[in-house]
Design a protein around this ligand. Structure first.
Ligand SMILES: NC(=O)c1ccc[n+]([C@@H]2O[C@H](COP(=O)([O-])OP(=O)(O)OC[C@H]3O[C@@H](n4cnc5c(N)ncnc54)[C@H](O)[C@@H]3O)[C@@H](O)[C@H]2O)c1
Length: 391
């Protein structure tokens, strides 16, 4: 057994419950010792609900002698200052997506982490789930041959959703940044770094707040940036992938990731989940769903909550905790997070300027070892999948 990593969570909003539940109960490498938030009342409530020993301010967490790792679950606009404060205080940090809202800030954080020899991990960690790891294994074992092209699609009514999830009304709330990042992360995990990007974009409509709430005082708003992106990504591997993110349509998501290879076609399930089904298509054969080769399939029914479909969120934190103990690189690394951001920004920049954008960052992500179980007793017990996170 590795020594547990003493961990604090910052941010107690919507996504925090599934993280707290998993960090507390599922991953033995994590010792969840503290929680902090802007509002102390919210932190106290979560501490009580999840049996977390200490409620601390953000400054107290930074100044603490014993906390090694800080998990940042605040909104994207708050990421830069919190991550910087924690890195400068000598803490390893794992952050929800996106690393920051600006590329310059993300590059600065990567530099600080490098200079201080600290780990900085970045979501999405769905790339470590059973679905995407099984897809990766299918590619690595040559089941579809060499990949020439692909297609990635996600659609929603992002402006309608921004009535309920109000943080979507600001920077980082457009469909490409908020949801497209799962598709970008998945493509990067399957195909490696992107060499060049060309894109067209369209803005979100100005939104009259009348669908979900009839609040007479609410003013119309417009989600910033492109809410529709049609892009072409050229990967270093040579694969050409067409990307369509459309946030101006309806909430009937046609999530698609399809990769076309010389030997076959691979279809990958929703990359915003951990257990999206993976299927294989060969010529003259019916489509065939592949059994998962990896653990963490998203089925996690311990104390069900509304965010349980997020199943195994926190794998990236646990995998990074093992990396810290082993002194090896972590998979959802700062370089992966930076490249995700460069690709998203590259699409936006190409749409605005008409130019081809070439990301400068590069990353590597080793696959997880196959052959482990996620859970047993219908998802109610911990099984041995944590072993796949060790090396
Ligand atoms: N909600 C989701 O479905 C979802 C899913 C996946 C990832 N995420 C990501 O998780 C992160 C948090 O999302 P959420 O939906 O939980 O947000 P939220 O708005 O519900 O909660 C954010 C929390 O951060 C706290 N906070 C805000 N600014 C702060 C600051 N400056 N210092 C300290 N605390 C601060 C708030 O008080 C709140 O407790 C975001 O990066 C988001 O992209 C959210």
């Amino acid at each position: 057994m590795e020594r547990k990593v003493r961990t604090a969570v910052v941010g107690c909003g919507m996504i925090s419950s599934i993280y707290l539940k998993n960090l507390k109960n599922l991953f033995t490498i994590i010792d969840l010792v503290a929680i902090g938030n802007r509002s102390r009342a919210a932190a106290e409530e979560k501490a009580k609900a999840f049996d977390i020993p200490r409620v601390m301010t953000i400054d107290e967490i930074a100044a603490s002698d014993d906390i090694e790792l800080v998990v940042n679950l605040t909104p994207a606009f708050a990421h830069y200052s919190i991550i910087k404060q924690m890195l400068l205080a000598g803490k390893h940090v794992y952050t929800e997506k996106t690393m920051t809202v600006s590329l310059d800030e993300a590059r600065e954080l990567v530099r600080i982490a490098d200079e201080k020899g600290l780990y900085l991990g970045v979501a999405p960690d769905t790339v470590l789930g059973a679905g995407l790891q099984t897809a990766r294994r299918a590619i690595l074992t040559d089941m579809i041959g060499s990949i020439s092209s692909g297609l990635a699609v996600i659609n929603r009514n992002q402006t309608l959703n921004s009535e309920y999830f109000t943080f979507l009304q600001g920077n980082g709330g457009s469909l490409p940044y908020d949801v497209g990042i799962y598709y970008v992360g998945a493509l990067l995990s399957l195909l490696g770094p992107v060499k060049a990007i060309r894109a067209f974009g369209a803005p979100a409509p100005v939104h009259e707040p009348e669908f979900l709430y009839r609040n007479a005082e609410a003013q119309p708003w417009q989600i910033p940036g492109s809410n529709v992106i049609s892009a072409s990504l050229q990967f270093e591997s040579g694969a050409l992938v067409s990307v369509l993110f459309d946030g101006n349509t309806v909430n009937a998501s046609q999530h698609t990731i399809t990769l076309f290879g010389s030997r076959g076609i691979l279809k990958v399930g929703d990359p915003d989940t951990f257990g999206g089904p993976v299927s294989l298509i060969y010529a003259d054969q019916p489509e065939c769903v592949l059994p998962f080769t990896h653990g963490y399939n998203g089925v996690n029914t311990l104390d069900p909550s509304p965010f349980d479909f997020y199943g195994h969120r926190g794998i990236g934190v646990a995998e990074m905790a093992y990396a810290i103990r082993k002194g090896r690189p972590n998979r959802c690394s700062k370089e992966y997070g930076l490249h995700c951001l460069e690709v998203l920004n590259g699409m936006e920049e190409s749409a605005a300027t008409g130019k081809t954008i070439e990301p400068v960052s590069r990353f590597e992500m080793k696959p997880l070892a196959p052959g482990y179980y996620s859970s047993f007793m219908g998802g109610n017990g911990r099984a041995d999948a944590e072993k796949s996170l060790i090396d």
